[in-house]
Each structure stands twice: as structure tokens, then as C-alpha cells.
Design a protein around this ligand. Structure first.
Ligand SMILES: [Zn+2]
Length: 303
């Protein structure tokens, strides 16, 4: 009999569920099978999201006759929020305040083991396994997109606690501080896509983050974002002493040069004066899918 857990060539059905898009793919041997799915997330309603995931799963399996059910070893889902066991403890990007138990909602549906995890924690495992810096055993992975999140690898292992350093409060001026969940003026509320849009909205204009970064009249706002990032990244260095800081997320990757500060600016916020190199992830927009894949691989290895 073929032992499924020993079958290293089996497929993992992977999901990267973000505040803007869901990406879904079958991955085998660390390679994404084409075609994969990328569509707008149906957020704010648990029922619709669950229906959407079921629909995506069935299209994905239909599109890949080379991956019969017997060859799919697990389904793995990266979610934007804190996760405990099979429960998502709320998610700001998905606009869920309540806890969501995925074993009840989808456990029976998948007919293979289902694994869920925090997206940044999973992406960090993807970066560790596949990234260009696999000799580096201490790094912080920072996503800058709809929100801001941080994953931490210490001595080659995931720092698997519900740390939320993206919510460190750095703007205390009530006129400038944007609201977040139960607090105002955190790094995410000031420097994420949603944060920048909020800041410009206060100035009387409704624009997308992308429009704001391309418009020279918002130069001062963009510089301020860079300064917030210096403060946030400075505190990552103070807290974790990483050898590298790796940037992911649509805004972080597209606007890297505009929003990632020079070491001289970051030094204003650190005790150690040796600022580690800050680089974009080589895994690009698919890092979340690879994260879901390697987390499932690690899980199957130890199960
Ligand atoms: Zn916050």
C-alpha cells in the first residue's frame, strides 16, 4: 500500500486568501501547476467566502485531471489574521470580527486533511524553504499591502506566537492617527494601502493607494509613509535583530523605492547602528501560495 504521507510527489491544494484577492493552486515538488486561480475575495460574509472556496476547489480540480483525488495529500490555507488550531480569530482584511472555525465549515468538504495558518507565518516558511537567502536563518518578512504584517524566523524556525508588531502605535497626533481595531495610529493604520487612502481621504480626496503613489501632489504623504516604515522597521531590528528584512505584498513590491527608507533614516530608531539589508522577496506575488505549500509539507512530515 502506498503511504500517502511518504509520497513526496503528491499534490497540495493551496490557498492564499487575502483582503483583496484569493490565489489558489495545486503545487507539487515546490512547483505551481498551471493554470492557477486568482480572483477577488468575497469578504465580510463567512457564508459567501466558504461557497467561494468550494467553487474554486472544484474548478481547480476539474482543470487538473493529472491530479486525481488519490494524489492530493492535503489542502492548506493561508489566512490574514491570527489563527489558533483550526480557528481564525477574526481578520481585519477580511472584515470578520468573529471567530471562524474552518474545521466545521470546510473540514468535511475537502476529503483530505485541511491545514490553516496565519498568512505571514506560512509565507515565512515558504521564504525559508525556497527564497534566495536560504543560508540566512534569522529574518523578518514584512508584508505591505492592504494591511501590514510581520513574520519572524529565528535560528531557522518560525517564531510561532500571535505577535502583531504591525499594530505598534507610532502616530499619537489625534489629527493624523487613523483608526484600527480598538486603537489608532498603528504602523498598519498609517502606512498600509488602506492607511494611506484614509490619510488622503482626510485631505478631502478619495483615491486608491496606487493612484496616490503615482501622483506627485502627494509627495509629502508618501515621504511620511516612508518615515512610518523607518519607525516600524527600526522596531523590528530592536525586537528581533534580523540578518535581513524581506519585503512582500503588492504595495511593498511595486512601490519599494518610494516607501522603503534608507538605513540613515532607520538608524534614528535603533540602538544597534548596523542596519540589515532590506530586500524584496524573490518569490513575488506567489509567496503566500508557496507558504501554504511548505507549511503543509512540514505538517505532513511531522504528522
Ligand atoms: Zn492596528
Amino acid at each position: 500500500m502506498n503511504n500517502l504521507a511518504d509520497n513526496k510527489n503528491g499534490f497540495i491544494e493551496c490557498y492564499d486568501i487575502g483582503g483583496t484577492n484569493i490565489r489558489a493552486a495545486l503545487i507539487v515538488d515546490g512547483k505551481i501547476e498551471e493554470p492557477f486561480i486568482n480572483e477577488k475575495t468575497e469578504k465580510n460574509n463567512v457564508g459567501s467566502l466558504v461557497q467561494q472556496i468550494k467553487r474554486i476547489s472544484s474548478s481547480l480540480r476539474k482543470a487538473h485531471p493529472e491530479a486525481p483525488l488519490s494524489q492530493i495529500q492535503a489542502a492548506s490555507m493561508a489566512l490574514p489574521g491570527p489563527v489558533e488550531g483550526m480557528i481564525l480569530l477574526g481578520s481585519k482584511p477580511l472584515e470578520f470580527d468573529e471567530e471562524i472555525d474552518f474545521s466545521c465549515l470546510l473540514g468535511d468538504y475537502f476529503n483530505v486533511p485541511l491545514l490553516i495558518g496565519n498568512d505571514l507565518n506560512m509565507a515565512s516558511q515558504g521564504e525559508l524553504a525556497l527564497g534566495q537567502f536560504n543560508e540566512i536563518k534569522n529574518f523578518c518578512l514584512v508584508t505591505i499591502s492592504t494591511g501590514i504584517g510581520v513574520g519572524v524566523i529565528v535560528n531557522g524556525s518560525l517564531y510561532n506566537r500571535q505577535t502583531e508588531i504591525g499594530h505598534i502605535v507610532l502616530e499619537t497626533n489625534p489629527d493624523l492617527a487613523n483608526p484600527c481595531l480598538g486603537h489608532n495610529g498603528c504602523w498598519a493604520a498609517q502606512a498600509s494601502g488602506v492607511g494611506v487612502e484614509k490619510t488622503v481621504e482626510k485631505m478631502g480626496q478619495k483615491l486608491t493607494a496606487e493612484e496616490i503613489f503615482e501622483d506627485s501632489q502627494f509627495q509629502e504623504t508618501v515621504n511620511k509613509v516612508k518615515h512610518y516604515n523607518a519607525y516600524g522597521i527600526g522596531n523590528l531590528i530592536n525586537a528581533y535583530d534580523p540578518e535581513k528584512i524581506i519585503i512582500m505584498g503588492s504595495l511593498g513590491l511595486k512601490q519599494f523605492n518610494k516607501i522603503i527608507p534608507d538605513p540613515e533614516i532607520i538608524k534614528q530608531y535603533t540602538l544597534l547602528k548596523n542596519i540589515p539589508e532590506i530586500v524584496p522577496t524573490a518569490l513575488g506575488e506567489n509567496i503566500g501560495l508557496f507558504g501554504a505549500y511548505f507549511s503543509a509539507r512540514n505538517f505532513l512530515k511531522t504528522a
